[in-house]
Write a protein that binds this ligand. Structure first.
Ligand code: NZQ
Ligand code: ZN
Length: 391
């Protein structure tokens, strides 16, 4: 490993069927005015809302509800939550839901005491918070984003046709604790479950496909990918398979709590392509990544050939005997695509709501990053979207 780094992850995790027992003692450590943030109603259906409310009441908290946080949360919804939080002197945020709710809570945490508009400061200029940050705790109901143990927050601005992620440098943005009971994820529709699985897989790819040195992060990444592939088949076959759901949830956390990026540069171009697609179509995050991955990885394969060969052999079990590197690498990508089809991912951007009239906006919405094997030009980004339209 050749890179230098600092690593600190202060989030305390409570994992397993009894994880919710830890909410009460955790809540007692924090302020009395709690913003209870949740999504469109899945937690009411599952009964989790009532369980959480009971615990909040037991600890004597004054609760302000911020509900209806949508998938791919918008800046307007954030502005609305900031008003509610200020009116209630919120000093702790409890986020209960998937990545969208958790990301929203982080954006809220850095905005309650900030006078400037959060879009300009955090999602346009990418500044760090200069105001006090309200602490947050989470109860995760969907495995995918890793938001439970990272400092990322992705917010959509429909007016500007942009979906932007900010990974805050401040450790204070990270959840103080996250409660993770795999059983809570079992009520997810299959579409969301497999989208989450691909999100996890692609987070690993974004950190794996870079660098050529011998780095332990890449070995950890391969183990996570193998486990995720195994668990995904089991979970698709039987969504109530606790072991599979538990593995997927834990894989998700380690896929994006920044550990496997240590000592390396990172790619993240599939996410840049997917986010642009998501900004224009509001499609499910993991599906946008699935649709852009195949064109992208074929496009950059020759730039990072040794890693694609390693990927084929170590993740997909491709037997190298009698094959040249290009054949091995191509077979690895073919196996990846086969798995994507097997678990039911959407790989057509048309199916996600895109049409060719969006092409200019799709290209404009992509930020070009330089940590992977190839620095794309905007013309190449256009080629990739054109390629995606053919599928
Ligand atoms: O709103 P509710 O009713 O809760 O329904 C949600 C939502 O419709 C539903 N859901 C969640 N848990 C459920 C459930 N339905 C039944 N049972 C449950 N247990 O699932 C739908 C999708 O939820 P969402 O939170 O949007 O999904 P996900 O966890 O994939 O989060 C996606 C967001 O996270 C961002 C994405 O861009 C997107 O905005 N990301 C955040 C990252 C980070 N913080 O590091 C990195 C990722 O790459 C990603 O960009
Ligand atoms: Zn993602």
């Amino acid at each position: 490993m050749l890179g230098d780094f600092t690593y600190c992850n202060p989030t305390k995790l409570y994992f397993g069927e009894k994880a919710l027992d830890n909410l009460e003692p955790e809540l007692r450590k924090y302020g009395n005015n709690v913003a209870f943030v949740y999504g469109g109603g899945s937690i009411k259906k599952s009964g989790l809302y009532d369980q959480v409310m009971t615990i909040l009441n037991k600890t004597g908290k004054k609760v302000a509800e911020i509900s209806g946080v949508m998938a791919n949360p918008t800046i307007d919804k954030l502005r609305e939550g900031i008003e509610i939080a200020r009116a209630n002197n919120v000093d702790f945020i409890l986020a209960v839901g998937g990545g969208s709710v958790l990301d929203y809570a982080k954006a809220l945490a850095v905005s309650i005491h900030e006078e400037e508009d959060p879009w300009d400061k955090y999602f346009d200029r990418f500044e760090e918070p200069t105001c006090p940050i309200v602490p947050i705790g989470t109860i995760l109901t969907m495995a995918g984003t890793g938001s439970e143990m990272n400092a990322g927050s992705v917010i959509t601005n429909p007016e500007k046709k942009l979906k932007v992620g900010h990974v805050f440098a401040s450790e204070e943005v990270m959840p103080r604790f996250s409660i993770m009971n795999p059983r809570l994820t079992m009520s997810l529709p299959t579409y969301q479950m497999v989208a989450g699985i691909y999100d996890i897989f692609n987070h690993i790819c974004e950190q794996y496909f870079s660098g050529n040195d011998d780095c332990p992060s890449d070995d950890i990444a391969e183990g996570l990918m193998r486990n995720l592939i195994r668990a995904s088949y089991k979970a698709v076959k039987n969504p109530k398979d606790y072991e599979a759901r538990s593995n997927i949830m834990w894989d998700a956390t380690w896929a994006l709590n920044t550990l496997i990026a240590k000592g390396k540069t990172e790619d993240w171009m599939v996410h840049m392509l997917g986010q642009s697609l998501g900004a224009l179509t509001n499609a499910t995050h993991g599906m946008t990544l699935a649709a852009m991955s195949i064109p992208y990885y074929h496009f950059i394969m020759m730039d990072g050939l040794p890693k694609f060969v390693r990927f084929a052999e170590n993740v997909w079990g491709v037997d190298p005997k009698g094959k040249n590197d290009i054949e091995i690498a191509s077979l690895g990508l073919a196996k990846m695509e086969g798995w994507m089809k097997d678990i039911g991912l959407v790989t057509s951007i048309r199916e996600l709501g895109a049409d060719k009239s969006m092409l200019d906006d799709l290209v404009n919405g992509v930020s070009i990053l330089n940590g992977g094997y190839r620095v794309l030009t905007k013309d190449e980004v256009r080629v990739l979207f054109m390629e995606a339209f053919k599928r």
